[in-house]
Design a protein around this ligand. Structure first.
Ligand code: NAD
Ligand code: TDX
Length: 331
C-alpha cells in the first residue's frame, strides 16, 4: 500500500488522521474534501506537500470520486455530515453525503478493486439505559435514533452488502465520542470550552445526565490505522477507550480546569430524541489487533483546552453565528 485517499480529511477526525499518517507511516496521502462549513483548509495546509495532496471535491460527484479512487491503493472514508443537532433541522444533506456519498465511493472501490475502510459511529446501535451495565459489542443490533445516526447506519449496511455481494475489500469501525484539536465548536466539548474562554456559561441539555464514552481523536486514529493495516476483510471493529462520563461531569471538570465554580453552568432545552447513554466494549480490537489507547481523559481534556486557547483565531469567526443558531432552539 502506497497511496491512501482520505475523504473528509479537512474535518476534525480526518485532519488528525492525516497528521497521524504523516508522522507514523511512509504513505502518500490524498485528501478529498468538499470544504463544507465543517471542513478547514488550514487544517491540511500545514502538511508537507510531498506527502499530502488536496483535492477539493464532493464524494457524491461520481467523476471526481472515480478518478481519485483509481489512483489510490486504499480509501479511508471519514467524510460525512456529522452533527446530530443539524440533522434534526435539515436531514437532506445527511442523506446526500452519508448515504449517496458512501454509495458513490464503494461503487468506485468495487470497480477498481481498491481496499476500503469505512469510518462510522457507535450511534448506529441506538442507546443504553443509564443504569444498565451493558456496553455495545459488534453483535449489538442496529437501532439508530436520529437522522444522522440512521444515515450512518444505512452507509454501514451498504458497505457490508458490497462486501458480501460484490467482494468489496472493506473493513468497518464504529467509534465512540471523540475530542481533541480541530473539532467544530458546534460540538459539546469545544462549545463549552469556547463558551468559557468567551466569558459565557456552559450549556447542558436537559439535566446533563446523558452519558457519552469519550476517546481522544489520536486514539481513534491509531485504531483506524491498525484496522486498515491488520483488520480482517468484512469485519467490524468497535473503537472505545473506557471513557464513560455524564455530560454534567464533563462540564464540571472543564469548569474546575478553567478556574470557575463547579455549578457555573445553565440547563437548557433538551435535544429531541436525545440518546441516553453510549458505551463501547473494545475487546475485539484490543485482543485481535493488540490496540491500546494512549490518552487519559483528564490530561487529554486539559491539552484540548490549551489548544482552543491558542487557536482563538480559528474558532472566533464562527462563534457568534454558532451560538445564534443554538439560541433559536433555546439551547
Ligand atoms: P466533521 O463534520 O468535523 O468533518 C467532516 C468532513 O467531511 C469535513 O471536512 C467536510 O468538509 C467533509 N465533507 C462533508 N460532506 C462532504 C462531501 N459531500 N464530500 C466531501 N467532503 C465532505 O466530522 P468528524 O467529527 O471529523 O467525523 C468524521 C467521521 O467520523 C464521520 O464519518 C463521523 O460519522 C465519524 N465519527 C465521528 C465521531 C465524533 O465524535 N466526531 C465519532 C465516531 C465516528
Ligand atoms: O451544547 C451542548 N450541550 C449538551 O449538553 C451540546 C452541543 C451537546 N450536549 C450534549 C448532547 C450529547 O449528550 O452533549 C453530548 C455530546 O453531544 P455532541 O457533541 O453533539 O455529540 P453526539 O450527539 O453524542 O454525537 C457525537 O458522537 C458520535 C458526534 O457529533 C458524532 O459525529 C459521532 O458519531
Amino acid at each position: 500500500m502506497q497511496r491512501v485517499l482520505v475523504t473528509g480529511g479537512a474535518g476534525f477526525i480526518g485532519a488528525n488522521f492525516v497528521d497521524h499518517l504523516v508522522v507514523h507511516t511512509d504513505l502518500q496521502v490524498t485528501v478529498l474534501d468538499a470544504l463544507t462549513y465543517a471542513g478547514h483548509r488550514e487544517a491540511v495546509d500545514g502538511f508537507p506537500s510531498d506527502r499530502v495532496a488536496f483535492v477539493h471535491g464532493d464524494i457524491t460527484d461520481a467523476e471526481v470520486v472515480d478518478r481519485e479512487v483509481a489512483e489510490a491503493d486504499a480509501v479511508v472514508h471519514f467524510a460525512a455530515e456529522s452533527h446530530n443537532d443539524n440533522s434534526l433541522h435539515d436531514p437532506r444533506p445527511f442523506l446526500d453525503t452519508n448515504v449517496i456519498g458512501t454509495y458513490t465511493l464503494i461503487e468506485a472501490a468495487r470497480r477498481h478493486g481498491t481496499r476500503f475502510h469505512h469510518v462510522s459511529t457507535d450511534e448506529v446501535y441506538g442507546d443504553l439505559e443509564l443504569d444498565d451495565p451493558a456496553r455495545f459489542t459488534e453483535q449489538t443490533p442496529y437501532n439508530p435514533s436520529s437522522p444522522y445516526s440512521s444515515t450512518k447506519a444505512a452507509s454501514d449496511l451498504l458497505v457490508r452488502a458490497w462486501v458480501r455481494s460484490f467482494g468489496l475489500q472493506a473493513t468497518l469501525s464504529n467509534c465512540s465520542n471523540n475530542y481533541g484539536p480541530w473539532q467544530h465548536i458546534e460540538k459539546f466539548i469545544p462549545r463549552q470550552i469556547t463558551n468559557l474562554l468567551d466569558g459565557r456559561r456552559p450549556r447542558l441539555y436537559g439535566e446533563g445526565k446523558n452519558v457519552r464514552d469519550w476517546i481522544h481523536v489520536d486514539d481513534h486514529n491509531s485504531a483506524v490505522l491498525a484496522v486498515l493495516q491488520r483488520g480482517r476483510i468484512g469485519e467490524t471493529y468497535l473503537i472505545g477507550a473506557d471513557g464513560e462520563r455524564s455530560n454534567k461531569q464533563v462540564v464540571e471538570q472543564l469548569l474546575t480546569t478553567m478556574g470557575r465554580p463547579r455549578d457555573d453552568y445553565d440547563l437548557v432545552a433538551d435535544r429531541p430524541g436525545h440518546d441516553l447513554r453510549y458505551a463501547i466494549d473494545a475487546t475485539k480490537l484490543r485482543t485481535e489487533l493488540g490496540w491500546t489507547p494512549r490518552y487519559d481523559f483528564d490530561s487529554g481534556l486539559a491539552a484540548t483546552v490549551e489548544w482552543y486557547r491558542r487557536h482563538e483565531d480559528w474558532w472566533r469567526p464562527v462563534k457568534e453565528a454558532t451560538e445564534a443558531r443554538y439560541a433559536k432552539s433555546g439551547q
